[in-house]
Design a protein around this ligand. Structure first.
Ligand code: UDX
Length: 455
């Protein structure tokens, strides 16, 4: 059954959700306060890089199922189903999440709701937020108790946002157990095309649904920091973390996915979500339960520092005057997102130690320039590598992992490459005469001259 849906927020989450809900056959209005962003979306342009999203957006605008507006009145008149998809960034100077935007949606929308409506929150929020927003919405709305707030966390990954929204591995819905209302029935109608394909649908209370999201991201962050901690140990004994990950990954209880050692996790979600989770646990008096997340965060941040140290070491102990090529700026491939990007963070630290750093990324140069205007930017790998004393690969875009030494060899000053994502074949580079350094993988010289059994 087709629904009239409003989606508040048109960032990575909101724009994708709005376009995908239209793709499922619903009538959708995407709402934002940023007029420039709305103008782009109305013209069928996605304001960020997300594979496949532009096609879905254009198809549904042309079909007349998808429109955009900055008017909450229009959204309240048009829709009975509302999704909150605005950001919950980290507060400046604190670990906690900044709920300004989520609160603003409810404060603005609820007074305009004069007939029964369901508001589904999708943003990642501290546990307890949904209950509070529900109370507030009922207080502000002329429809009172007929306005429901439910929570429907989003698990999409950037780079796979359309696929993850249309073919999720599960749907989770938190409803107010005191006032069950129509939220579950409405969610089943909204997602009927997905549920028909036997996607697991977990209906629970509000608090559990909020925790599912933060727990999932904490687990993923822990998995990455676990393998990065193993990489540190491997480095100490010249062992190979990639082989280790492959070997333990065969155990189905462990699994190989999300166990790639490297410069660690970044982006707009994992770092701030584990911090917000720690902050919330502190407020709830359960901070001891999550002290391990501080270590997860520490291991992750240590990766960035370590990469700077390795670069300094290969330069003979000082970065002053060194020419460093950085390939990759986005926090991961298939994205132009540089929020808390380990690659850019490392590039910035190296520059601050006196090196001249030139960065190239296939999609993230524009965003990088805004965040780090003092770095040099090149428009391709060869230009970035021109005259370089050392080349760093910091985001595993296919054009870097498929790169062969001959491509950049004539342009560099020294044949030294540091692979921050373990995405290159060490043998290929070493047999071409390059000095290769990975993360938790032995280097050529050390591979033969150290025998782990004798340590
Ligand atoms: C994440 C979650 O995966 C998603 O479910 C949630 O909805 C939002 O947060 P995203 O931020 O898009 O998604 O990125 P993700 O693919 O999870 O990668 C996060 C970071 O971890 C990246 O910087 C990536 O490079 C790094 N990573 C990932 C590793 O260092 N090693 C790995 O094995 C996997």
């Amino acid at each position: 059954m087709s629904k009239n849906i409003a989606v508040f927020g048109t960032g990575y989450l909101g724009a994708t959700h709005a376009a995908c809900m239209a793709e499922l056959g619903h009538e959708v209005i995407g709402v934002d306060i940023d007029k420039a962003k709305l103008a782009k979306l109305e013209a069928g342009e996605v304001p960020f890089f997300e594979p496949g999203l532009e096609e879905v957006l254009r198809r549904n605008i042309s079909a007349g199922r998808l429109q955009f507006s900055d008017s909450y009145e229009e959204a309240a008149r048009f829709a009975d189903v509302h999704f909150i998809g605005v950001g919950t960034p980290q507060k400046t100077g604190e670990f906690a999440a900044d709920l300004t935007y989520v609160n603003a949606v409810v404060e603005t929308l609820a007074p305009m709701l004069n007939r029964p409506a369901v508001i589904f929150g999708k943003s990642t929020v501290p546990v307890g937020t949904a209950q509070r927003l529900g109370d507030r919405a009922r207080e502000l709305s002329p429809a009172g108790e007929a306005v429901e707030v439910a929570w429907n966390p989003e698990f999409l990954r950037e780079g796979f946002a359309v696929q993850d929204t249309l073919h999720p591995d599960r749907l989770v819905l938190g409803i107010d157990r005191e006032r069950p209302g129509r939220a579950e029935e409405v969610a089943r109608q909204v997602y009927s095309a997905i549920l028909e394909k036997d996607v697991p649908f977990i209906v629970t209370d509000l608090a559990t649904s909020e925790l599912v999201k933060t727990a999932a991201n904490s687990f993923l962050a822990t998995k990455i920091s676990f393998i990065n901690a193993m990489a540190e140990v491997c480095d100490a004994v010249n062992a190979d973390v990639t082989v280790l990950a492959d070997a333990i990954g065969h155990d189905a209880r462990i699994g190989r996915r999300f166990m790639n050692a490297g410069i660690g996790f970044g982006g707009g979600c994992l770092p701030k979500d584990i911090r917000a989770f720690m902050a919330r646990a502190g407020e709830l008096g359960a901070d001891q339960a999550l002290t391990f997340l501080r270590e997860v965060d520490n291991i992750n941040m240590r990766r960035r520092l370590r990469m700077v140290e390795v670069t300094r070491d290969v330069m003979g102990g000082s970065l002053l005057g060194a020419r460093v090529a950085v390939l990759g700026a986005a926090f991961k491939p298939e994205s132009d997102d540089v929020r808390d990007s380990p690659a850019l963070n490392i590039a910035g630290q190296i520059q601050l130690q006196g090196a001249s750093v030139t960065v190239y990324d296939p999609k993230a140069i524009k965003n990088s320039r805004t965040q780090f205007p003092t770095l040099n930017y090149a428009s391709n790998s060869i230009d970035a590598c021109r005259g370089a004393d050392v080349v760093l690969v910091l985001t595993e875009w296919p054009e870097f992992s498929n790169m062969v030494p001959e491509e950049i060899e004539p342009h560099v000053r020294n044949r030294v490459i540091i692979d921050g994502r373990n995405c290159l074949d060490p043998t290929q580079w070493e047999s071409s005469g390059w000095e290769y350094h990975g993360v938790g993988v032995p280097t050529l010289g050390r591979r033969t001259d150290v025998d782990v059994r004798t340590q």
